[in-house]
Design a protein around this ligand. Structure first.
Ligand SMILES: NC(=O)C1=CN([C@@H]2O[C@H](COP(=O)(O)OP(=O)(O)OC[C@H]3O[C@@H](n4cnc5c(N)ncnc54)[C@H](OP(=O)(O)O)[C@@H]3O)[C@@H](O)[C@H]2O)[C@@H](O)CC1
Ligand SMILES: Nc1ncnc2c1ncn2[C@@H]1O[C@H](COP(=O)(O)OP(=O)(O)O)[C@@H](O)[C@H]1O
Length: 272
């Protein structure tokens, strides 16, 4: 199957809190992202998850990114504990990662919860105990499957499908149009966001959006793991609509995109 996935589809994949909910029943997303080298990636992922809506965010990392995350989002909890989904690797270079973050990464990989592998954790699929979503851009996917980036750009759908089959994981290939491929060959396409979105940090925010969606659908994913593809595509839709709103035809910053997320989600729910 090869299908377009749009706002009407995305509206069905947003978990609306109910009267009986508390922060834990809504779901907790954990981040092991960012580093002394790229602390901003940690801030952007956490910010985007907070604006997508989730019961709680745990951030586990080195001192500098932790301080920056807390400065931007005092709601984040920086102690270990149970989570319903992980976001790993954005803004991390395995070569230079400090020991504390490395230990957190190993701890997270060992847990059987839905896990987003991004940036420096893209090659850790074999070590991940949970259901995995990989979120590469074309260059990263090229390195992962040993294919020239030009071939990926020429046929992103085929590349995403090949990677999903080889890695036995769902793959969200970023780009002008986003392609989400499942290991069984199913493909969802999310129409292009404004090209103003081609700016540093956009992918770090996308990882945060999808992390929040996975954590808030933990029970559903346990019953139906294949739903991870629709949740990944939903993240791309929300990210694209928020980019459109933040851009309004001109340039955008990633914090503007994150700020636009709550209204985008509210409007999708009202229209659903
Ligand atoms: N705020 C933050 O914290 C942010 C943190 N981020 C984090 O950074 C990490 C790495 O992510 P990434 O996408 O840069 O990785 P990657 O595919 O290895 O790219 C390297 C390739 O780019 C190329 N290149 C570089 N400069 C170029 C130029 N001027 N013009 C043209 N080409 C140029 C370079 O080519 P070369 O110079 O070698 O020819 C090389 O091939 C990742 O963890 C991510 O999360 C980012 O999300 C950004 C915001
Ligand atoms: N030309 C483009 N048009 C629309 N969206 C784009 C374009 N280029 C990149 N994007 C989107 O921007 C984001 C870039 O992610 P990524 O390359 O990982 O950035 P970073 O590593 O800087 O955070 C992805 O969501 C991708 O789909």
């Amino acid at each position: 199957m090869d299908a377009l996935f749009g706002p009407d589809d995305a509206a069905r994949w947003i978990a609306v809190p109910r009267e009986g909910d508390d922060k834990y029943s809504r779901g907790v997303v954990g981040f092991v992202t960012g580093s002394a080298t790229y602390p901003g990636a940690a801030v952007l992922g956490v910010e985007a998850a907070a604006r997508t809506g989730v019961g709680m965010i745990r951030y586990l990392g080195a001192g500098r990114p932790t301080r920056m995350v807390l400065q931007r989002r005092p709601e984040a909890v920086t102690v270990e504990g149970r989570v319903q989904a992980w976001v790993l690797g954005s803004g991390q270079d395995p070569e230079t990662l400090d020991d504390a973050a490395r230990a957190m990464l190993e701890l997270a990989l060992g847990q059987d919860v839905p896990t987003v592998l991004d940036g420096g954790a893209l090659d850790r699929r074999a070590d991940a105990a949970g259901l995995v979503l990989l979120t590469p851009h074309a260059g990263e996917l090229g390195r992962l499957i040993g294919v020239d980036v030009a071939a990926i750009v020429a046929d992103p759908a085929a590349a995403a499908r090949r990677a999903a089959a080889e890695q036995n994981a769902t793959v969200l290939l970023k780009g002008h149009t986003t392609h989400v491929a499942s290991p069984d060959g199913e493909l969802l396409r999310v129409r292009s966001a404004p090209s103003w979105l081609a700016t540093a940090g956009a992918g770090d925010a996308l990882a945060g959006v999808v992390g929040a969606l996975l954590a808030t659908h933990a029970e559903l994913l346990a019953a139906d793991p294949a739903a991870i593809a629709a949740l990944a595509a939903t993240a791309a839709v929300l990210h694209g609509l928020a980019a459109e709103r933040a851009s309004a035809g001109g340039p955008l910053t990633i914090l503007d995109l994150a700020e636009a997320l709550p209204r985008v989600i509210a409007e999708l729910l009202i229209g659903a």
